[in-house]
Write a protein that binds this ligand. Structure first.
Ligand code: ADP
Ligand code: MG
Length: 397
């Protein structure tokens, strides 16, 4: 039995009516490019949040999670953050958005179960937002058009669901982003919910953050992604993040463009004198990442995975030497990955300043690679490293 359904039965004493499931995601290439209107490669991976639910006759929402001891109980008419059940801020944020969009939402019961590690760079928060939005869509049917306008639908009969088209997925991603930005108060991008919604099995998602165009290209057959967590999260991450964001914007303004996306490597060198050293270094990273994503898509399409892997090493070096969002622990993980013959590329993934690395490893040597990384990391840093084997899957449904 599906764990979320089991948890539902256990807590509420009856089986759920509907299930919704959203995968985690990982950034394959394209670091800090999203808010520069740039290019990103992401993968939806086989770690999921599943939400099981059933409507209630009254106007109460009751939610439980197998990851947290305290259930949340509230009225959909009074959605407020509650420091005693902070995890529920995420689903509440989605409900608040749906209400703001005009959904006639009544009560329901829901149970959450997740196989996405929290805070490991796989975006459990976006998966929770997306799964919640899709569960509500199954209990209180609605559609969203491309402009985000919500229309309530009559209850679906049987198991028939109108499939989400691309415009509705994008509108849902925006709604989830607004939930995290406005209700939870985390300044996240659209990348995470887009990746969770637009994923395709064995395909890399190519996201153009200027016009939010999404495309796909086959992921490297014969390779597996291993995400390795450093176990560190350096202090002042938010301040560093804000600094990089502001610096990228200032660099774009100094170069006379709307965003660093508009800048080619050649233009950056030609106009280098217009930038402060810090602005220049940040721009080198972002412009280089956009360029690597473009070249990476060509290499993936050509089946040249060894050269694709080279771009991952280069991406990490750029983070370390120019954007300064790596740290000794992440550098150690990438150095250890480089020693292993089955790894064709590794880099820090996500914001940086701690967190995780992504490793592209030949199938057949994955367990040996993980053991090598864990042993090396322990002997060099005294720290325990956790890693996850990730397969590329379809998006949320
Ligand atoms: P991540 O990088 O995994 O997205 P975040 O800090 O953005 O890390 O989000 C983690 C938060 O999402 C948790 O603190 C919790 O509030 C919520 N969350 C994640 N998984 C679950 C779950 N299984 N049940 C309830 N809440 C969850
Ligand atoms: Mg998150």
């Amino acid at each position: 039995m599906i764990e979320a359904a089991r948890a539902f039965q256990q807590h509420f004493g009856s089986p759920p009516l509907r299930l919704a499931r959203a995968p985690g995601r990982v950034e394959l290439l394209g670091n800090h490019t999203d808010y520069n209107q740039g290019l990103v490669m992401a993968l939806a991976v086989d770690k999921f949040i599943t939400v099981a639910g059933a409507p209630r006759a009254d106007d109460t929402v009751e939610m439980v999670s197998t990851a947290f001891p305290t259930p949340a109980r509230f009225s959909p008419d009074r959605l407020e953050r509650d420091p005693t059940v902070p995890w529920a801020d995420y689903p509440k944020g989605v409900l608040a958005q749906l209400r703001e969009h005009g959904l006639a939402l009544r009560g329901f019961n829901a149970a959450i179960h997740s196989t996405i590690p929290l805070g490991a760079g796989l975006s459990s928060s976006a998966a929770l937002l997306v799964a919640t939005a899709l569960l509500v869509r199954k209990l209180y049917p609605y559609t969203l058009d491309a402009t985000g306008r919500l229309v309530s639908l009559p209850p679906f009969s049987g198991e028939e669901r109108p499939a989400l088209d691309a415009a509705e997925k994008l509108a849902l991603a925006r709604l989830c982003q607004a939930a995290e930005n406005r209700f939870v108060g985390v300044n996240c991008g659209l990348l995470d919910p887009i990746s969770s919604l637009f994923g395709r099995a064995r395909q890399v998602i190519l996201i153009d953050c200027r016009d939010l165009a999404v495309d796909w290209t086959p992921f490297a057959p014969g390779f597996t992604v291993v995400v390795a967590h450093s176990g560190v999260r350096h202090a002042l991450v938010a301040g560093e993040y804000n600094d990089r964001r502001a610096t990228c914007e200032a660099a774009a303004a100094a170069l006379g463009v709307a965003a660093l996306r508009e800048v080619s490597p050649e233009l950056l060198e030609a106009k280098r004198s217009l930038l402060t050293p810090h602005q220049y270094e940040c721009a080198v990273h972002v412009v280089g990442e956009n360029d690597r994503v473009r070249r990476g898509a060509t290499l993936l399409r050509a089946g040249d995975f060894d050269r694709f892997g080279q771009l991952l090493w280069q991406s990490h070096a750029s983070s370390r030497d120019y954007f300064h969002n790596s740290c000794p622990e992440l550098d150690t993980l990438v150095e250890l990955a480089r020693q292993h013959p089955a790894c064709v590329g590794a880099r820090l993934t996500g914001g940086g300043f701690g967190g995780a690395t992504l490793n592209l490893v030949r199938n057949g040597a994955v367990e040996d690679f993980r053991a090598h990384l864990a042993a090396g990391y322990r002997s060099r840093t005294g720290r325990t490293m956790e890693s996850w084997v990730c397969h590329v899957v379809d998006g949320a449904a």
